[in-house]
Design a protein around this ligand. Structure first.
Ligand SMILES: Nc1ncnc2c1ncn2[C@@H]1O[C@H](COP(=O)(O)OP(=O)(O)O)[C@@H](O)[C@H]1O
Ligand SMILES: [Mg+2]
Ligand SMILES: [Zn+2]
Length: 239
């Protein structure tokens, strides 16, 4: 397809018939003055932009609290923590403790809940959450480590996101380089009080024994919202 045609299609897709792409709708008030109110397409465009920048796959935008079953007491407690974090978010976002950490075995629903939280923050509060699948990202960073510009740019995206979702922290073999990169990332967020949503198969004790500097910072930032699920009995696929 030639670029002109592509452009036209793109424009058509983004065309708003309510406001004719002006972004505002004229409303005449009681005194006959014309006022303008923002069209809903502006809001939608904003939401669409932060979706695109979040890195959340289209397959995951349906993950919600509503479709997360509280199928046993421990799972219910984890869901309650996540929803209460969501409800408190606006109040606690600048606090020392403004993060949440979901620890537990594979299959207990950590990623689902973390994404439900992210989706709600994006959709309902317009908060630009950035999704970081730990293993993929750390591998890519290490492969491109000699490219200083890439390294700085990538790290900075995760360091400065308004909310960062780290999925499956420290999954796989962890060496000193991984620890150093993650320290650079997490310490920056710690110093600037930037919230994180963490999912990991490790308990807090295990994280501390891995690397005390990282573990203790994460704990300090999430201690009111730490959930630790243990045991195969909590695997959703085996319920
Ligand atoms: N309580 C639950 N209610 C509904 N679906 C669930 C629940 N727990 C897990 N799932 C589903 O099971 C699969 C595995 O869950 P996931 O969140 O990836 O687990 P984890 O990240 O802890 O390994 C996903 O498809 C998820 O949507
Ligand atoms: Mg997971
Ligand atoms: Zn419009």
């Amino acid at each position: 397809m030639n670029s002109q045609k592509k452009k036209e299609e793109e424009q058509q897709k983004n065309y708003c018939s309510i406001c004719d792409n002006v972004g505002f709708i004229p409303v005449v008030d009681n005194e006959g003055h014309t006022r303008y109110r923002p069209c809903k397409c502006r809001e939608m465009l904003k939401v669409q932009k932060i979706w695109e920048q979040s890195g959340i796959s289209v397959n995951d935008i349906d993950k919600s609290f509503a479709n997360f079953e509280a199928w046993n007491n421990e799972i219910r407690a984890m869901k309650d923590k996540a929803t209460s974090y969501y409800l408190q978010y606006s109040k606690i976002k600048a606090d020392r403790c403004n993060s949440i950490m979901l620890c537990g075995n594979p299959g207990c629903g950590k990623t689902h809940l973390a994404l439900a939280l992210a989706n709600n923050l994006l959709k309902n509060k317009g908060v630009p959450v950035v999704y970081m699948p730990y293993r993929d990202v750390i591998t890519k960073i290490k492969q491109n480590m000699v490219d200083e510009e890439y390294y700085k740019k990538t790290l900075s995206k995760y360091q400065n996101a308004e909310v960062l979702l780290i999925d499956d922290l420290f999954k796989g073999k962890v060496n000193d380089t991984d620890i150093n990169i993650m320290f650079e990332l997490i310490n920056h967020r710690y110093l600037n009080r930037l919230p994180m949503i963490i999912s990991t198969e490790f308990t807090v004790d295990k994280l501390l024994s891995f690397d005390e500097a990282i573990g203790s910072r994460l704990y300090e930032m999430a201690k009111s919202y730490v959930v630790q699920i243990e045991g195969i009995k909590n695997n959703y696929r085996m319920r």
